[in-house]
Design a protein around this ligand. Structure first.
Ligand SMILES: *Cc1c(COP(=O)(O)O)cnc(C)c1O
Length: 414
């Protein structure tokens, strides 16, 4: 399926085949990446890409939607079952699109959003400079405690009282600890703000019961469908009946036109897989692997933001232990040996976001490949070796062999 690419033209075929080989032969530790199943790939590559279906199942602006209705209803029903949600909108094209729709549903232009700053682990779509969110709304940020790397709810509350936001955002891109959604809801209520919980990174962990759920706690829950849940690239919104109409109208026509029905088919397939019992075990293994990786790196002398992890990734802070090493240099050296991960700012960062002083190391994709804690520790050693001596050719050669070995022992898209 994956390699059976119709040769549209030689250049495109070669590039797609190259990408397929790259995914097989390298190890992705990018915390936001995963491998979609063959069923999800098939659904996303299906003839539904041809179909216009503005509206919702049974209530469309286009003719010929009988099967599109069936597909979208499956995705909705499975999302509601997975997350125990009263209402699910599965049309957002991405996590960012889901957030834009949530803001439009809940705010007027000029209203105030309070969110975590980017360098502390927030996301662009939470209103960072240069985004449309920042142009349309008044955005203020809170931070983590730079000593502990953790959110201090007392300080978030003080910040919320000072800013008096209309909307509080919880849920992050680079926060390696559990998010206390109930605590954040209490802060939102104390300042009379609505609360959007963005579980883009946590979708699969929440679905599996491996992370507390904000559904039924926060006013609106947004998320992506391709990170810790393997339902193909896309977004979704979950909420109670009280918000269902305003959310649906904000998705279409508020912020989007025709839904990507092929991707909605992918969501139906991936959510179906996530309802199987094996999915919960995979989510638990993802966290166990992240803990094993963090512990091994700590043993090797690296500093971890917050001292460890409760979720699917660890955040390494080079400042104390490897002051000369930047996230950018580590990322490039590791990519050269087939370990693909991303540089990351760390709380209190002084380098720019293109240089940084840390790396984020995620385990969702390697867990999908079948890694256990022992294999993850072997990989952690290779990462530590390269970070300790990024310019040493011998070290790189050895790491390259470890990667080849581990990739072969844990094949993907065989
Ligand atoms: C990844 C992410 C998103 C969504 O990203 P898209 O690339 O637009 O799907 C939204 N919020 C957070 C916190 C994220 O980490």
């Amino acid at each position: 399926m994956v390699t059976d690419l119709t040769p549209v033209d030689d250049e495109l075929t070669a590039a797609l085949a190259g990408e397929c080989d790259r995914q097989r032969e390298t190890l992705s530790l990018i915390a936001s990446e995963n491998y979609a199943s063959d069923a999800v790939l098939a659904a996303q590559g299906s003839v539904l890409t041809n179909k216009y279906a503005e509206g919702s199942p049974g209530d469309r602006y286009y003719a010929g939607c009988a099967y599109a209705d069936e597909v979208e209803q499956l995705a909705i029903d499975r999302a509601r079952a997975l997350f125990d949600a009263e209402h699910a909108n599965v049309q957002p094209h991405s996590g960012t699109s889901a957030n834009l729709a949530a803001y439009q549903a809940l705010l007027e232009p000029g209203d105030t959003i309070l969110s975590l700053s980017l360098s502390h682990g927030g996301h662009l779509s939470h209103g960072q400079p240069y985004t449309m969110v920042d142009d349309v709304y008044d955005v203020a940020h809170y931070g983590v405690d730079v000593e502990t790397g953790r959110l201090d709810h007392e300080r978030v509350r003080e910040r919320a009282e000072a800013v008096d936001p209309d909307l509080l955002v919880s849920g992050y891109s680079a926060y390696p600890r559990q998010v206390d959604f109930e605590g954040m809801q209490a802060i939102a209520e104390a300042v009379d703000a609505v609360h959007v919980a963005d579980i883009a990174h946590l979708t699969g962990l929440v679905a599996a019961g491996e992370h507390p759920s904000p559904v039924g706690v926060a006013d609106v829950v947004t998320g992506s469908t391709h990170k810790t849940i393997r339902a193909g690239r896309g977004g979704m919104i979950l909420c109670g009946e009280a918000y269902a109409d305003v959310i649906d109208r904000a998705v279409m026509p508020g912020t989007q036109g025709g839904p990507l029905m092929h991707n909605i088919a992918g969501k139906a397939a991936g959510f179906g897989e996530a309802l199987e019992p094996e999915f919960d075990a995979d989510a638990a293994q993802t966290i166990e692997n992240a803990r094993a990786l963090a512990a091994r790196l700590a043993d090797r002398g690296f500093d971890l933001v917050s001292g460890g992890t409760d979720v699917h990734f660890a955040l390494v802070d080079f400042r104390e232990t490897h002051p000369e090493l930047t996230g950018a240099v580590a990322e490039t050296a590791l990519e050269d040996v087939g370990i693909v991960l991303n540089k990351s700012t760390v709380p209190g960062e002084e380098r720019s976001s293109t240089v940084t002083s840390g790396i984020r190391i995620g385990t969702p994709a390697i867990t999908t490949r079948g890694f256990d804690a022992a294999a993850t520790r072997r990989l952690a050693d290779a990462i530590a070796d390269v970070c300790d001596a990024p310019d040493d050719d011998g070290v790189r050669e050895q790491a390259r062999e470890t990667v080849a070995d581990l990739a072969e022992a844990h094949p993907i898209y065989a």
